[in-house]
Design a protein. Structure first.
Length: 273
């Protein structure tokens, strides 16, 4: 029961949607530098290629044994989700970890909040998570490891990247975003019950503020206020995002199923009154 055995993910095959930028890029680096083969997918093909190239160079420098592969797809489209699953099945015999990270946000005053925001965010942040997970379930079932009694001891993993805005009511007028993330948290629990008997766990990270393109304007304008409101006095770091996912993907996290892990330094606990 040593640390390397408990927390190691070397040799695992991982798909990270939105893995080229922001929190997804942080998570991708964590897996590659710890020996996993990571497929990076998003609609921005150039960003996927750039991220894969940078991560492969870093892996070679660190001699981690990990690697990154660009596999672009528009995760908002059902056909592209199906194509991505088909392409991955051609390349790999099993998928150990699926990290559903692709997402978008939209802020507008209540009176002006558009129909298009609901359509875009509920589709990408929630509906297509189900679509892609459903399509990749057969590949993940093949990754579940059993003991001599045919009991799954190291299941495949689905890790959904949610938000504390799906737990608390945010100050910003991001109605479709917070609703989509709350829905994602519950979808993840529902999938935990369905997929657990198939040797696949489903968990969620409810992330607080991290440095990303999505948060750039907010952190620029309110960064000091956000840090001061956090019990730990800071925002998230790449190590925080990657570390939580590495735990859930490793043997140490094999018995965690249907959980929502709040990854925010405690800010969601603070009263706004």
């Amino acid at each position: 029961m040593d640390v390397n055995t408990l927390f190691g993910i070397k040799g695992k095959v991982v798909l990270i949607t939105g893995g080229a930028k922001g929190i997804g890029r942080m998570i991708s680096e964590g897996f590659v530098l710890n020996g996993a083969k990571v497929y990076i997918s998003s609609r921005d093909a150039k960003a996927c290629e750039t991220a894969a190239s940078e991560l492969n160079a870093l892996a070679a420098q660190k001699s981690s044994g990990g690697s990154a592969v660009a596999l672009p797809a528009d995760l908002s489209k059902a056909d592209d989700c199906a194509r991505l699953a088909q392409e991955l099945t051609k390349r790999e015999s099993k998928l150990h970890v699926l990290i559903n990270n692709s997402g978008a946000t939209w802020g507008a005053p209540y009176e002006e909040y558009p129909e298009s925001a609901w359509q875009k965010l509920l589709t990408l942040n929630l509906h297509r998570v189900f679509t892609l997970t459903q399509a990749l379930t057969p590949l993940m079932e093949k990754a579940a490891q059993k003991n001599g009694q045919d009991v799954v001891v190291d299941p495949a993993r689905v890790i959904n990247i949610g938000s504390i805005d799906g737990i608390r009511v945010p100050l910003l007028p991001t109605y479709a975003y917070s609703a989509s993330k709350a829905g994602l948290h519950h979808l993840s629990r529902h999938m935990a019950v369905e997929l657990g008997p198939r040797g696949i766990t489903s968990n969620t990270l409810a992330c607080g503020p991290f440095p990303s393109k999505m948060m750039a304007a907010t952190l620029r304008d309110l960064g000091d206020v956000i840090k001061a409101a956090n019990p730990l006095g800071r925002i998230g770091t790449p190590e925080d995002a990657a570390g939580a996912c590495l735990f859930l993907a490793s043997r140490a996290g094999a018995f965690v199923n249907g959980a929502t892990l709040t990854l925010d330094g405690g800010v969601a606990l603070m009263s706004k009154i």
